[in-house]
Design a protein around this ligand. Structure first.
Ligand code: ATP
Ligand code: MG
Length: 316
């Protein structure tokens, strides 16, 4: 760890079309809150096109009537670990599904390695998706296959490699996550942390250009969290990968991310290095980063006053 990429302190605000005019779109969702209007990224470098692996502009997306993204711009720099943070239910998993083309935006654009994800035909989308390794939130392994066969699965599915070649690659990937010795174990015999590392070995089996991590630390003890933190950074740097890390674990994420986006209520409310985010005073960011139960994001789902509710229901 600690091999953080340096950030250029150019004064330009985050590249390209910045956020849509804030505040004038009523969000048809509980507790509509005005987003902060300023772009909290004074030192975010303007990225040249070739430095950007994922470019999101003006992203809008709703699940039914619930607005999840209301004009999001986001750049993922090649070679970097970019974190997207936000409270539960803000749409972090949804964002990864949009980037991988499993969901379609209502408006805006998503480009991955220069390719417009939502305009690709199926075969091109599948080809692109094979270049993205995914560590899902549930991290599910195939329970009736051994560790070895779980990691071999994508290789057998998507390549015509010989079994002896598959074996070499699987052992290399397992070695990278420290579990070559566990290759014959079944998933039911693994600890949660080991299972996550096997899932990670499977995610890198096809040598992706990028890995999308969905809450990799959830449910881990401090030691295995530390192992995962180190592993994510090492894999990124050693294999010249690009990583998108979606998480609400503030400390772990801040320790490996090169850049953090904080999302709340459909908008990017802050963007910067971990140091910049730590120094950010906006109450939106503070509420989330400091884990305060109430603030701009309300603890209570909108409801009539409690007394009113208690009186109208079941009162005699
Ligand atoms: N298929 C769906 N249909 C309708 N609503 C959905 C669907 N999937 C997710 N949502 C809603 O979209 C919102 C964002 O969900 P998402 O899973 O992306 O959040 P998240 O930030 O990943 O949360 P968590 O941190 O708990 O994983 C939630 O309010 C969720 O209820
Ligand atoms: Mg999620």
């Amino acid at each position: 760890m600690g091999r953080r990429h340096s950030h250029h302190a150019s004064g330009a605000p985050g590249g390209g079309g910045s956020a849509a005019p804030p505040g004038n779109t009523a969000l048809p969702q509980p507790a509509p809150i005005q987003s902060p209007t300023r772009d909290i990224s004074p030192s975010a470098p303007a990225l040249a096109d070739r430095d950007v692996l994922v470019r999101i502009r003006g992203l809008r997306f709703s699940h039914g009537t619930r607005v999840i993204f209301d004009g999001v711009d986001l750049d993922v720099r090649r070679g970097a670990v970019t974190a997207v943070m936000g409270p539960s239910g803000t749409g972090k998993t949804t964002l990864l599904r949009l980037i991988s083309g499993q969901l379609h935006p209502d408006a805006g654009s998503i480009e991955v390695d220069g390719e417009p994800v939502q305009a690709l035909k199926r075969s091109d989308l599948f080809r692109l998706r094979r270049r993205m390794g995914m560590l899902f939130q549930s991290g599910a392994l195939l329970t009736d296959l051994s560790v070895f066969d779980n990691v071999a699965y994508p290789l057998r599915e998507h390549t015509g490699l010989s079994e002896s070649m598959v074996r070499k690659l699987v052992l290399l990937k397992l070695e990278a996550v420290g579990l070559r010795g566990a290759r014959d174990m079944m998933p039911s015999a693994l600890s949660g942390g080991m299972a996550r590392r096997v899932a990670l070995a499977r995610a890198i089996a096809l040598d992706p250009m990028m890995i999308l991590y969905d809450e990799p630390f959830t449910g881990q003890d401090p030691i295995s969290m530390g192992v995962l933190v180190t592993l994510i950074r090492q894999l990124n740097d050693a294999s010249r990968l690009t990583s998108i890390l979606v998480s609400h674990d503030v400390r772990e994420t801040a320790s490996i991310a090169d850049e953090i986006y904080v999302i709340s209520n459909g908008r990017v409310v802050a963007r910067g290095t971990p140091e910049e985010i730590a120094a950010e005073r906006s109450e939106w960011v503070r509420q989330f980063m400091d884990g305060l139960p109430d603030g701009p994001v309300r603890f209570h789902h909108p409801a009539p006053p409690l007394a009113e509710d208690l009186l109208t229901k079941g009162s005699g």
